[in-house]
Design a protein around this ligand. Structure first.
Ligand code: PEP
Length: 259
């Protein structure tokens, strides 16, 4: 089974509603005829509903950037998975390094969020990645293993069809310094190997593993040439119509040529 190719844009805390609508309308124009991959955008919560209206007649899917780890209750300021479904979200990004760093999300929290997302029929884009000091101390694979196993604890092989893993080296996020294709492929192959140990070859081979960290139209082709890189999670470059659509078009083209 061929795994999904996915290009996802994480807008982070950017774009008021008018700006968000301009961006999504532009992406819709540029990407309407694209076939062969899934395109996912993750706007801020405040823009989800109106963006969903614009996307109704397209295959572009909506994602949340986060969600709370409980179904409902006295959690002032938080957003539940059911609320996200209600806005039209099909995906939720979980465990982004900014959530780990600024909001102290650990493996336990991330694992319970992934389970709750799946229980609510949201596909989880599960982010993992090492910091610069961890890489320099040769701890990359240990960190990846801990984060992967912790986040996927008690997730079944069947549920893995709704989990997308995103390898995002923290030192490459928003820094302009992307991992080289070889560095990224080494970690992606390691992740796929661990997924094989956990779930068997079939599940591991059908799991989409995205690379994220300073992806641009200038580096997407070399990254997508790597066998275990199945798409990208894009931050900064997803904020402009031209950059994100070029990443999708170039990246998809490269991958389809390799298949
Ligand atoms: C991200 O935030 O997931 C990300 C990869 O950001 P950037 O592309 O800006 O490095």
């Amino acid at each position: 089974m061929e795994r999904d190719i996915i290009f996802a844009g994480n807008w982070k805390m950017n774009k008021v509603i008018k700006e968000a609508l301009d961006l999504v309308n532009g992406l819709k124009r540029e990407l309407l005829d694209i076939e062969g991959c899934k395109i996912v955008i993750a706007p801020p919560y405040t823009a989800l509903t109106c963006i969903n209206d614009v996307l109704l007649d397209t295959d572009i899917a909506l994602s949340a950037q986060n969600m709370f780890g409980e179904d409902s209750g006295a959690y002032t300021g938080e957003i539940s998975p059911a609320m996200l479904k209600d806005t039209g979200c099909e995906y939720a990004i979980i465990g982004h390094s900014e959530r780990r760093k600024y909001f102290k999300e650990n493996e336990e929290i991330i694992n319970s969020k992934i389970k709750l997302a799946l229980a609510n029929e949201l596909r989880a884009i599960f982010c993992i990645g090492e910091t610069l000091s961890e890489r320099e101390e040769n701890k990359t694979m240990d960190i990846i293993q801990t984060q992967l196993l912790g986040g996927l604890k008690d997730i079944s092989s069947q549920d893995m069809s709704n989990v997308i893993v995103a390898y995002e080296p923290v030192w490459a996020i928003g820094t302009g310094m992307n991992a080289t294709p070889a560095q990224a492929e080494e970690v992606h192959a390691f992740i796929r190997g661990k997924l094989t140990e956990l779930y068997g070859v079939e599940t591991a081979e059908s799991t989409t593993i995205l690379y994220g960290g300073s992806v641009k139209s200038e580096n997407i082709e070399e990254l997508m040439s790597e066998i275990d890189i199945d798409g990208a999670l894009v931050g900064g470059a997803s904020l402009t119509i031209a950059h994100f659509s070029e990443i999708v078009k170039k990246g998809l083209n490269t991958k389809l040529q390799r298949r």
